[in-house]
Design a protein around this ligand. Structure first.
Ligand code: NAG
Ligand code: NAG
Length: 341
């Protein structure tokens, strides 16, 4: 009971972080479709040199989170934020936080919409939330994407033998801070897991916020076990079982679930950076992917800032977050022996 209560409190802290930036502009005649959660203050939040603009009602299908640069130009987080904050140090990359630790809403950069806002993934025509598989609560790290990377679905990795999943690279940030959705942070690359998701390679880069007190001590994958005993094992377990309550099979990993080291992870990041460059330069078929950007010099997809601004002019203003279903706090139990069946 105590534990569940503590978990509930954490949810509201995490959600509070997500909605606390909402609008002072919310009108007096509040739309009834969105229930009031807590007082909210402003639509923009400065994150390094980036700020965010939220539209629609959080935790519904119309919610969108856009990014602006320090000049106030709307940008694509996928294409316009550099992969490396310092191009002469490739052990540190930028990360766009999509899902704050301990939260459940499956938010992600939308590849198909212009300026690639973050929106909530949809399952069975409803916003998607991951289940709490005991003893985990929501995501157990800050989860997000590395900008200017792409896992090309036509390129099979020589070791996993599986093709890319057609997404930017995923990253698990293991520091202690809970980073709000839409934050851009700098992370030190430590290692990587190779999740094989329905036959596609889906790398999970393991990294730590450079401002975390442990960052100095963590320099490679083995340092994670040294300073955060059990964390890597819990991470593998989390990915294995997180879709089981939704009726999906256990996930599998290449390399027997062993995390690859820092050098290996850095080469995965570099390769996916090259695959993104091929995408944006029209060297490969972009399919449904929206490549318009406001900063990538030489790319045929670059657009002016007035055009970028238009991407959200017809979207609904930010409203207070939709009330969440209390079922979201439910525990699900997955027995390790189920895996063999
Ligand atoms: C960039 O990285 C290089 C190599 O580590 C370092 O010497 C340099 O000071 C860094 N530049 C900045 C602006 O941090
Ligand atoms: C983004 O578009 C601009 C033109 O607005 C172009 O110069 C630049 O190369 C593009 N960037 C990328 C990564 O494609």
């Amino acid at each position: 009971m105590q534990r569940v209560r503590a978990a509930n409190r954490l949810v509201s802290v995490a959600l509070g972080a997500c909605v606390k930036s909402a609008a002072r502009r919310v009108s007096v005649n509040r739309p009834v479709t969105c229930l009031l959660r807590r007082p909210i203050h402003t639509t923009t939040r400065v994150t390094m040199s980036y700020s965010i603009v939220e539209k629609g009602c959080p935790f519904t299908m119309d919610y969108r989170l856009f990014f602006k640069n320090s000049e106030g130009t709307v940008i694509s987080p996928f294409h316009d934020i550099p992969l490396y904050p310092n191009s002469s140090d490739k052990s540190i990359c930028n990360m766009i936080v999509e899902i704050p630790r301990w939260s459940n809403a499956k938010m992600e950069i939308c590849k198909e919409e212009v300026m690639n806002p973050i929106k909530q993934d949809v399952k069975k025509e409803k916003p998607r939330f991951v289940k709490n598989v005991f003893p985990h609560h929501g995501y157990i790290w800050n989860y997000g994407a590395i900008p200017q990377t792409y896992e090309d679905p036509d390129i099979a990795h020589p070791e996993t033998k599986c093709k890319g999943d057609s997404d930017p690279l995923d990253v698990c940030e293991i520091g202690y801070k809970v980073h709000p959705r839409g934050t851009v942070i700098q992370v030190k690359i430590l290692g990587t897991l190779a999740l094989i998701d329905e036959g596609e390679t889906d790398w999970k880069i393991l990294a730590i916020d450079v401002t975390d007190p442990l960052a100095e001590k963590l320099n490679d994958v083995e340092d994670i076990e040294k300073h955060m005993p059990g964390f890597l094992k819990a991470t593998v377990e989390w990915f294995k079982i997180y879709k089981v309550p939704d009726g999906k099979p256990f996930n599998v990993f290449a390399f027997n679930g062993e995390a690859k080291n820092k050098d290996y992870a850095m080469s995965v990041v570099e390769e996916c950076g090259q695959q993104w460059r091929a995408l944006i330069n029209q060297d490969v078929d972009k399919g449904q992917i929206e490549c318009r950007n406001t900063s990538v010099g030489g790319s045929p997809y670059m657009i002016g800032k007035d055009e970028a601004e238009k991407c959200f002019e017809n979207l609904p203003e930010l409203k207070e977050a939709a009330q969440l279903d209390p079922e979201l706090n439910k525990w699900y139990y997955v027995s390790p022996t189920q895996e063999e069946n």
